[in-house]
Design a protein around this ligand. Structure first.
Ligand code: CDP
Length: 278
């Protein structure tokens, strides 16, 4: 135990030039790529690669809620299941739900509950599945950001997309989007999710300690990051639904083959009712 504490104290996460170990500046996000509509069987889906994170999100519904006693006669339920694949982390993760995944599923459900027009779909449920295929810290934010695109892909009416990013403190410096090393050996991590159009915060958690000023700075950084993510989310949806002239040409009916020269035409069929036929 003492050895671990010693390593943690010795571990430098910010280099002399002020950059982080992966070369990023304090307010720099890891590379993010989002793809919408990646699964054929789900009503809506999305895939996100965010630094070392690889996460799939699938959405079903609104569909009749089961079991029936869970149905709300006034509105839809928004239910999320966040799951980490056993191979997503360096030490094999035991399959199935654990305390952490139950907590993450709950906070993500609540975040989407705030934006989905639930009153339009009484007695139904909107089911969101988040599968973490590869984890490198920030998986709840990546999952939430992808699930938001999947909800839009499924056509679920919402006030807006939700974008999510964490900020935290490493070596006493407030930074955005901590990676695994920074999450493990840093001082604090504060994931949040916002509705970019209104600035409303629909998820806010904190692991570690931040002063009031540090928290303000972390929040500013996360809000800045969520605006960048919002653009990527909308781009993914635009790519999925915009039709280019090239697509239309690809889908146009095949051109009929040119007529055959007469000499190659097969002889006409014999007429049953010809002069010799009767
Ligand atoms: O992933 P997120 O930052 O939302 O949640 P966390 O509980 O702060 O976990 C941080 C990281 O720890 C995860 O992204 C994984 O890389 C790692 N982790 C792990 O290696 N094994 C687990 N059972 C859970 C998390």
């Amino acid at each position: 135990m003492e050895d671990i504490e010693h390593i943690e104290k010795e571990m430098k996460l910010i280099k002399a030039d002020g950059r982080r170990l992966d070369g990023r500046k304090a307010d720099e996000l890891r590379p993010v790529r989002i793809e919408a509509g990646v699964l054929r069987r789900a009503d809506g889906s999305a895939y996100i690669e965010w630094g070392g994170n690889k996460v799939l999100a699938a959405v079903y519904g609104p569909r009749e809620a089961h079991p029936r006693h869970l149905q709300d006669p006034a509105r839809a339920l928004v239910q999320c299941r966040y799951n980490m694949a056993p191979f997503s982390v360096s030490d094999r993760k035991r399959p199935g739900p654990d305390r952490r995944s139950v907590e993450i599923s709950k906070v993500i459900s609540e975040a989407f509950s705030a934006v989905v027009f639930k009153e339009q779909f009484p007695r139904t449920s909107v089911d969101i599945f988040i599968e973490v295929l590869q984890a490198d810290a920030g998986t709840r934010c990546a999952g939430l950001t992808a699930a938001s695109v999947a909800l839009a892909d499924a056509g679920v009416p919402m006030r807006d997309l939700v974008a999510s990013c964490a900020s935290g403190k490493i070596d006493g410096v407030v930074c955005v989007d901590l990676n695994k090393e920074e999450d493990n050996f840093g001082d604090a991590d504060c994931p949040m999710a916002i509705v970019p159009r209104t600035g409303e915060i629909v998820l806010l958690q904190m692991d570690g300690h931040l002063t009031y000023d540090e928290f303000q700075k972390a929040m500013e950084m996360s809000i800045g990051a969520t605006h960048r993510l919002y653009e990527l989310q909308r781009d993914a949806l635009r790519r999925r639904y915009s039709t280019t002239l090239e697509d239309i040409l690809k889908e146009s009916p095949p051109v009929p083959p040119p007529p055959m020269p007469e000499s190659e035409l097969p002889p006409p069929p014999e007429d049953d009712f010809g002069p010799e036929g009767i």
